[in-house]
Design a protein around this ligand. Structure first.
Ligand SMILES: Nc1nc2c(ncn2[C@@H]2O[C@H](COP(=O)(O)OP(=O)(O)O)[C@@H](O)[C@H]2O)c(=O)[nH]1
Ligand SMILES: [Mg+2]
Length: 376
């Protein structure tokens, strides 16, 4: 049971004012931070009518249970427990759509975002014609001091890459801290991607005409729990950039898929070399063994990386693998066919080769997404 004396006292009667602000906090294993966060929100938001919604992806540490326990005693707290799904962006979108205040904020649940600027953000939206206020670490008065080591370097690189590729006029497009008018968000919600970490970047790149204001803040160091930004999140971010720079022609998931394909090439050559030189097999046999190994490796890595959210388990793995290999074989034929046709036409070997490989990769991706992992 949660110790009630550690938590803020909720208002004694129903609030007189209608709800002004919904705060959505995506959480995954943040049980150690919930009580402090609610206490801090109560302190800074005492003058307004607000609610906080924890959008939790069934955290193994029981964050959702704790949130619901707190919610029993405090009607300003709610928890949306999502099962069978993982993803920061999707959790934020579902949380926002489950709420109804005219203004909605998204902030992390690990106390890295400074709650002290929430009121200023709200006043900016109420008193001006701005649509969104973005918390920034990279304007005067802000700081990313809490972003230590390699996580900080990745964030700075991602910020520079985004500024170079996409025309989003903000100093901190990687920020996960913002407040937006509900009606503007609801307009674009159907076009937003549920995969990935970067909901703000997606929102800004999708709804290009938002009037944007920025509010500096100090990004604090994480004290409890750990960061969930991993290889998959990095690849999803690159996928989002690829989608938005090509006007959504490229699906974000194609980037992790292509990354796994490149790893498969490495597997292929390592096995080919070992079979040829190590085991002394003929080229044809070595090449077949290498192809089979690479396809099997690709299937399993895709299952836990690219399609982690749609992961196949148990005996269904065998069926998935068989379909994946069949699609791969057909993709190989398409690759050779296209390359042969183009080479015959213009004799530029590298262009024919690249076009063949691209057609093969697109075919494999499109078919295996639908037929193996049943992506809708
Ligand atoms: N619901 C949900 N929340 C997530 C997920 N991944 C991260 N979060 C939450 O999103 C916030 C930011 O994540 P964090 O790991 O701190 O990322 P970092 O600050 O970029 O290193 C934290 O509140 C996390 O608990 C996820 O897959 N689902
Ligand atoms: Mg964090």
């Amino acid at each position: 049971m949660v110790l009630q004396q550690n938590l803020p006292r909720p208002p004694s009667k129903a609030p007189q004012r209608s709800l002004e602000l919904s705060i959505i906090v995506p959480t995954y294993n943040e049980a150690g931070n919930l009580a402090s966060l609610i206490r801090k929100l109560s302190q800074v938001l005492s003058g307004i009518s607000w609610e906080v919604i924890f959008a939790d992806d069934n955290s193994p540490d029981g964050t959702h249970r704790l949130a619901k326990e707190i919610a029993l005693a405090d009607p300003r707290v709610r928890c949306l427990r999502r099962v069978g799904r993982r993803g920061l962006a999707g959790a934020c979108i579902d949380g926002i759509l489950s709420s109804s205040a005219p203004y909605v904020a998204v902030m992390d649940g690990d106390l890295q975002h400074d709650e002290a600027i929430l009121l200023r953000m709200l006043h900016t939206l109420e008193d001006s014609d701005m649509d969104i206020v973005v918390g920034t670490r990279y304007r005067e008065g802000g700081s990313a001091i809490g972003l230590a080591g390699h996580r900080g370097a990745i964030s700075r690189f991602a910020t520079a890459l985004t500024g170079w590729l996409l025309p989003v006029p903000v100093s901190d497009p990687m920020s996960g801290f913002f407040m937006v008018r509900r009606d503007r968000f609801e307009e674009v919600a159907p076009q937003l991607s549920h995969d990935g970490f970067k909901i703000l970047l997606d929102l800004l790149a999708t709804a290009r005409n938002l009037r944007i204001s920025e509010e500096p803040y100090l990004f604090r160091a994480r004290e409890q729990g750990e960061s969930k930004f991993d290889l998959r999140a990095s690849l999803e971010f690159l996928g989002l950039l690829a989608a938005k720079t090509t006007g959504d022609v490229i699906e974000p998931r194609f980037v992790p898929y292509a990354f796994v394909g490149a790893l498969g090439m490495v597997v292929h050559f390592v096995v080919l070399k070992s079979a040829l030189q190590g085991a002394g097999l003929s080229f044809e046999v070595s090449q077949s063994v290498a192809t089979l190994f690479a396809m099997i490796a690709n299937f399993f890595v895709n299952n836990v990386l690219t399609y982690k959210d749609l992961r196949i388990r148990g005996w269904r793995i065998l069926k998935g693998l068989a379909i994946f290999c069949t699609i791969g074989a057909a993709g190989f034929v398409a690759n050779i066919g296209v390359a042969h046709w183009l080479y015959g036409d213009n004799h530029v070997w590298w262009m024919a080769g690249a076009a063949g490989a691209l057609i093969g990769a697109v075919w494999n991706y499109a078919m295996s997404s639908r037929l193996v992992w049943h992506l809708r």
